[in-house]
Design a protein around this ligand. Structure first.
Ligand code: TXE
Length: 498
């Protein structure tokens, strides 16, 4: 690394990872990576431009024939080794992710890193278990369906869970036999570059994985439009997702979109209140609210609203906001100054529409945190149609509203353009399932929130995108079906009579 702000970081490669080597950018471009804790420079890395993306795609295309024809179990074994390697380096990777993103160290150590290893392990095991099928067609014919890898896959990853999302993208793509060009966010590239080093150490064939940090409008745009890329997977904002769809038109590549969300979190009057308060706080404040599935709209039954809010506000005010490298920190800074400013702007927007800030609504006044991107846990009473209850704020910012009956709760929950995650808290079994089936979302949690597992499909509907990550769904999405017909014992009709 060129610049190391904190000694425990050690050294991380700063080049682009193309064809199994770390190389400088073709035009020598650099990106400054800064700490969200105090905005000091952490590293200066190579900036991929369009030319570098082209080189990475060429490397991936060269690697594709051998990788896709390798025994699936051998591909799986490499992914399993990668999972082990991540666990061996867990402490170092957690610290790197914390310093780059601002996630509290207890979260990167307890969630981000183990989930990343777990995802690679899941898809390592999946590689040789994912099967085609035989279709019962007419007598005399055998019809079987192969699941073929798609080819070179482009993946554009955001800054909110950079390490974990890298595994969500790479895991199924590689297990299915595709080769990958992944563009991490320009804001948080470090853990993914370190992953590139581990991939090289393990002995993945050169060019199977290529990592090209760069800006969206240059490197991201080129990857999305590249004629030799057969599928583009994008995680990010709905607006940029639309641009990716536009860019993908040229070669009609497959597109998978995991976009924004505005998670409804409904608390019914028969809920276990203590559990609902705790779960709802995790739903919005974990990762500083920078999660597409965050429970950013609290929808409370009017009978329990006051009791719920007393406890919820007390909990929100007690959350320890501090330096993310400190073991006791519960909430760190947002990941960039630009994003912190965007979140703070929503506090003015809320007020301008009559919203009432019940707690937070500002940066902490602790002088130790003054240079960082910190925002206090914020709770705002707002009408369901207000902008803060409709638009993705993507910070530790939750809007609160009340309802009178189940129908009204559901109407509020479904009253946005998004449809990613949603939760509900109740002891009534039939209500729980009924509402779960009626919420417009890709994932619903009952008496819980924000659970994910590499086996369970993840993705959204509406403006939250399409396609699914994780599980068998992801393997389907990273393969093409090929239907093969065999005449085993059929007399063909004489179409032409001769
Ligand atoms: O996202 P962008 P931004 C939402 C969240 C946040 C908002 C804006 O609401 O406040 O988006 O964040 C790459 N072609 N989410 O501006 O622009 C970019 O380099 C190809 C939700 O950071 O979507 C980065 O790698 N790629 C979310 C990635 O897209 C382009 C995660 C995300 O950036 C590109 C992040 C282009 N023209 C933000 N422009 C989630 N779903 O979890 C940018 N990129």
């Amino acid at each position: 690394m060129d610049t190391i702000a904190r000694p425990p970081l050690g050294s991380v490669q700063t080049g682009l990872f193309i064809g199994g080597e770390f190389v400088a950018a073709a035009d020598g471009g650099r990106i400054d990576v800064v700490s969200p804790h105090d905005n000091t420079l952490i590293a200066r890395i190579a900036e991929a431009g369009a030319r570098d993306v082209d080189l990475a795609v060429e490397a991936a295309a060269r690697a594709f024939p051998a990788w896709s024809s390798m025994a699936a179990a051998d591909r799986g074994r490499l992914l399993l080794k990668l999972a082990d390697k991540i666990e061996e380096h867990a402490d170092e990777l957690a610290l790197l992710e914390t310093i780059d993103t601002g996630h509290p160290i207890r979260d990167t150590r307890g969630l981000d890193v183990p989930r990343t290893a777990g995802c690679f392990r899941y898809f390592g095991g999946m590689a040789d278990k994912f099967q085609g099928s035989v279709v019962p067609v007419e007598r005399g014919f055998l019809n079987y369906v192969l699941r073929q890898p798609i080819g070179v896959v482009g993946q554009i990853v955001p800054w909110n869970f950079p390490f974990m999302f890298t595994s969500w993208n790479m895991g199924p793509a590689l297990a299915a036999g595709n080769t990958v060009v992944l563009k991490p966010s320009e804001i948080t590239p470090l853990s993914t570059l370190r992953l590139g080093e581990l991939i090289a150490e393990i002995g993945f064939p050169k060019g199977v994985v290529n990592i090209v940090p760069g800006y969206g409008h240059t490197a991201g745009q080129r990857l999305a439009e590249h004629p030799a890329v057969s599928k583009i997977a994008f995680t990010g904002s709905t607006a940029t997702g639309r641009r990716v769809v536009e860019a993908s038109r040229g070669n009609l590549k497959r597109v998978q979109l995991e976009l924004g969300g505005k998670g409804a979190n409904i608390v019914f009057d028969d809920a276990d209140l203590a559990a609902a308060v705790n779960g709802s706080a995790f739903a919005i404040f974990h990762n500083q609210g920078q999660a597409c599935i965050a429970g950013s709209r609290l929808i409370l039954h009017e009978r329990i609203a006051e009791a719920f809010m007393d406890k919820f506000l007390a909990l929100a005010r007690s959350i320890r906001v501090d330096d993310p490298t400190d073991q006791g920190t519960e909430m760190g800074p947002l990941t960039s100054t630009e994003h912190r400013d965007r979140v703070l702007k929503y506090i003015d927007i809320a007020k301008s529409q009559g919203g009432e800030v019940l707690t937070g609504g500002a940066a902490p006044d602790d002088p130790r945190l003054a240079k960082g991107c910190y925002v206090l846990p914020t709770v705002v009473r707002a009408a369901p149609t207000d902008r803060v209850a409709q638009e993705e704020v993507f910070g530790p910012f939750v809007s609160v509203t009340t309802f009178k009956n189940d129908e009204e709760a559901l109407a509020i929950a479904n009253g946005t353009d998004y449809g990613l995650g949603g939760g509900l808290w109740t002891r009534d079994l039939s209500r729980a399932h009924k509402i779960a089936q009626s919420i417009r979302a890709g994932m619903v949690w009952i008496n819980s929130y924000k659970r994910v597992n590499p086996g369970s499909p993840f993705g959204g509907v509406g403006q939250s995108g399409y396609g699914r990550e994780m599980g068998f769904e992801a393997m389907h999405d990273y393969t093409e079906p090929r239907s093969v017909w065999v005449n085993v014992d059929a007399t063909l009709p004489a179409f032409y009579g001769r």
